[in-house]
Design a protein around this ligand. Structure first.
Ligand SMILES: Nc1nc2c(ncn2[C@@H]2O[C@H](COP(=O)(O)OP(=O)(O)OP(=O)(O)O)[C@@H](O)[C@H]2O)c(=O)[nH]1
Ligand SMILES: [Mg+2]
Length: 254
């Protein structure tokens, strides 16, 4: 793929992120404007997952960006939002396009995108913004959440070698690889409704992805406005149950 070819799709699953989306989208505009050697054509896909705070309007509030808003009503969970967004990109995108997904709460700096895209263009199938690479920084996350992430990372690394950060949603994927996933697994590809989808996408794609690379994440939790909506215990239990099922070898199961 040459620097000029291929669209960049930016996927933002968003549940009550009206406060966080405008600064994030302004950051994205600035990142595109400063992109080394010129930005690729970029379309932003915001999946408003049944928000009640004006998230959809906030997604359209920043001028100069090509934004599509897809609305779930009612709320269906992060996994369902990712499925809607990825399905949209597979329908409208080309195989040499890239998809960068990130949280819509303005904790994932858009400045990392050019480096992630450059790695994908140099041959990586998936590029993960990782909290567990030298140079990663975590700003503003409490000690308990940090410890849970660290334990999850070690469990996953031991069970499934190949990546260090299986749970961070900030990733760049080749659209061709996502298409392989949709064709190979059928409706089971994106069948996790909640946060466990992040682990599951990697577990399913790593069979086909020969190069999974990681760049150090700068996590700006200090920039997030509003309280955390993630249910830590529920996510941990669902993810552990999923790992058990995947570990005994049923990648197609629910
Ligand atoms: N919590 C939650 N987030 C959702 C849902 N649907 C989509 N999202 C989005 O999924 C992304 C990740 O959710 P976050 O709540 O930031 O999850 P997290 O980063 O693990 O945890 P916190 O930042 O502490 O809340 C965000 O962009 C959310 O807006 C949902 O049903 N619940
Ligand atoms: Mg977050």
């Amino acid at each position: 793929m040459t620097a000029a070819s291929g669209r960049l799709w930016v996927l933002l699953p968003a549940y009550n992120e009206a406060e966080n989306l405008p600064p994030l989208l302004e950051g994205l505009s600035a990142t595109l404007a400063a992109w080394p050697d010129g930005a690729p054509p970029c379309r932003v896909v915001v999946v408003d997952d049944g928000s009640s705070d004006g998230t959809a309007a906030a997604a359209r509030s920043v001028a100069g960006l090509d934004v599509v808003v897809l609305v779930h009503d009612p709320n269906q969970g992060l996994g369902a939002a990712m499925r809607t967004g990825i399905t949209h990109v597979l329908t409208h995108g080309a195989d040499d396009d890239l998809l960068v997904a990130l949280d819509a709460d303005n904790t994932h700096p858009t400045e990392l995108m050019p480096g992630m895209v450059a790695r994908a263009r140099a041959g990586a199938d998936i590029v993960i913004a990782s909290r567990f690479q030298p140079g990663a920084e975590i700003h503003g996350l409490d000690a308990q959440r940090k410890a849970i992430s660290e334990i999850a990372s070690w469990i996953l690394r031991i069970m499934f070698p190949g990546a260090r950060d299986y749970t961070c949603g900030y990733r760049c994927y080749r659209v061709a690889l996502l298409r392989w996933g949709a064709e190979h697994y059928g409706p089971a590809f994106l069948n996790q409704r909640g946060f466990s989808i992040m682990v599951d996408i990697l577990l399913k794609l790593r069979r086909q992805a020969s190069r999974i690379e990681e760049v150090p994440l700068i996590l700006r939790y200090d920039r997030k406005l509003g309280a955390s909506k993630m249910k830590v215990m529920q996510t941990a239990v669902t993810t552990l149950r999923l790992l058990g099922r995947r570990f005994v070898g049923n990648p197609y199961g629910p």
